[in-house]
Design a protein around this ligand. Structure first.
Ligand SMILES: Cc1ncc(COP(=O)(O)O)c(C=O)c1O
Length: 458
């Protein structure tokens, strides 16, 4: 008997608008991606997505960076097949299984020092819940009440996670977020928040942070934790300069402030190393992991230094901490990442894309800056017809960025925007993207750019 719980691919309506219309009826106004990428997906494989009308797209969004191995990778599908015939339970709260045991051993081995000083905490299966756990643990361990976060940071949409997120848009809509959050400026290659720029700007930001923590008249008590992304994703692909990040590590260590590094998006090879903080050679106190760690299924885990494990039993629970199938697909992902050295491949393909984008920049001055690491790239879209600021940076052009995203969609390229005004075009392809597909990304991007420019700039 056919299983009627799975949508039948041969009986689908070949009409994106049909599904989008029904989605609009079924779902809340809160839906976001379908407004920018108006399709109904019928199939996906590797870096390719096919909509119900049969049109194919190169996926440079990859589940917001989740799909390190792309869609339906054979190793992941094999792990699901094996899991389904193994008799293992799907759901176990936080009870252990041989599956969880094997996954935990592997994940720990990837943490600094092969994880010798770390233990794991399985959280509810979203990045935001793991962020909540990290904040609570830092408060529990230190007995302090405040947190320092950074401008441009993104940590999720639950109350605590949103409180430490920079973007004021979604924050302003919700009264009374978590109190005690202090924001500090994060380095930005194109728009230095201190208006200094270059190495001097980075040095000044590190100096300012140090002074702020050490000045007994800063007006701010020592925080429980500092939370940051080593490469900001949603904030517009801003890389923490290694010397700045090392300074944050030194100062936090000196004052017993826990350093929480959020690797939800940048983690697992995307930036050319297993974790983005490795570019600075530092060891975080708490590492927040989700997205790629589950191989496409929901999973979120903290890696925390054992010395900070101040939890009482059950002090942070969650029904879905025990998603066994996600541990199988996650383990398949971690194994394949390592065996195929996908972080190194991400670095090579990212460098190739970056070089090509920089070359494009010479011909299209609306591409204000190309930045990022590995396969986490951002292109700042600017209005070069306006006057530049004192750092020779042009104002953002969010209207043109929206048009570029739309034309990319029309040309079969799925990507997202980010950054202060949503004016940063972001490339987050799966790490398995090949040379030919990278060339196609560039081809489609340039075509879309030309169409968007002729639409917006006449
Ligand atoms: C760096 C970072 N932290 C946390 C989150 C929140 O993860 P989730 O959407 O799974 O709650 C995200 C999501 O994009 C993220 O990019």
């Amino acid at each position: 008997m056919l299983n009627e719980s799975v949508a039948r691919i041969d009986s689908l309506q070949k009409d994106n608008a049909h599904y989008l219309r029904r989605q609009g009826q079924f779902e809340s106004n809160v839906r976001s991606y379908p407004r920018k990428l108006p399709l109904a997906i019928a199939k996906a494989h590797g870096a390719w997505v096919t909509d119900v009308e049969g049109k194919t797209y190169l996926d440079c969004l990859a589940g917001a960076g989740t799909l390190a191995l792309g869609h339906n990778h054979p190793d992941i599908m094999a792990s699901i097949d094996y899991f389904m015939s193994s008799g293992l339970p799907m759901h176990t709260l936080d009870l252990t299984t041989p599956q969880k045991d094997a996954f935990s051993e592997k994940l720990l081995s990837l943490l600094p020092g092969q994880g010798r000083d770390y233990c794991l905490q399985f959280c509810g299966p979203s990045g935001a819940d793991a962020v909540e756990a990290a904040l609570k643990l830092a408060k529990t361990f230190t007995g302090r009440s405040s947190i320092i976060s950074f401008s441009g940071g993104y940590h999720g949409m639950t109350h605590g996670a949103l409180s430490v997120t920079g973007n004021t848009g979604p924050k302003d809509a919700v009264a009374s977020l978590m109190p005690g959050v202090q924001f500090m400026p994060y380095p930005h290659e194109y728009r230095c928040p201190l208006g200094i720029g270059g190495e001097a700007g980075i040095e000044a930001l590190g100096y300012y942070f140090t002074q702020f923590i050490e000045d007994v008249e800063s007006g701010v008590s020592l925080p429980a934790a500092v939370i940051l992304e080593a490469v900001q994703g949603e904030g517009g692909v801003n890389c923490a300069p290694p010397q700045w990040l090392r300074r944050i590590r030194e100062v936090t260590q000196r004052h017993g402030i826990l350093l929480i590094i959020d690797e939800v998006q940048a983690g697992f090879g995307r930036t050319g190393k297993m974790f983005a903080f490795e570019h600075a050679g530092i060891e975080p106190d708490i590492i927040v992991m989700s997205k790629a760690v589950g191989g496409g299924l929901p999973l979120a885990v903290l890696g925390l230094k054992r010395e900070f494990d101040a939890w009482q039993p059950g002090a942070h629970t969650g029904t879905f901490r025990g998603n066994q199938m996600a541990m199988a697909t996650g383990l398949a992902t971690l194994n394949t990442l390592q065996q195929q050295d996908l972080p190194a491949q991400a670095e090579r393909r990212g460098a190739w894309l970056k070089t090509r984008l920089v070359a494009l920049q010479q011909r299209y001055p609306a591409l204000g800056q190309v930045r990022g690491r590995g396969l986490m790239l951002g292109i700042e879209i600017v209005d070069e017809r306006q006057s530049p600021d004192r750092l020779n940076s042009y104002p953002g052009d969010p209207t043109l960025a929206v048009a570029i995203q739309k034309h990319c969609f029309d040309h079969g390229l799925l990507l997202e925007r980010g950054g202060r005004q949503g004016n940063v075009i972001r490339l987050l392809p799966p790490l398995i993207i090949d040379d030919e597909q990278c060339a196609l990304v560039m081809e489609r991007f340039e075509q879309a750019l030309q169409s968007a420019l002729s639409q917006e700039r006449h």
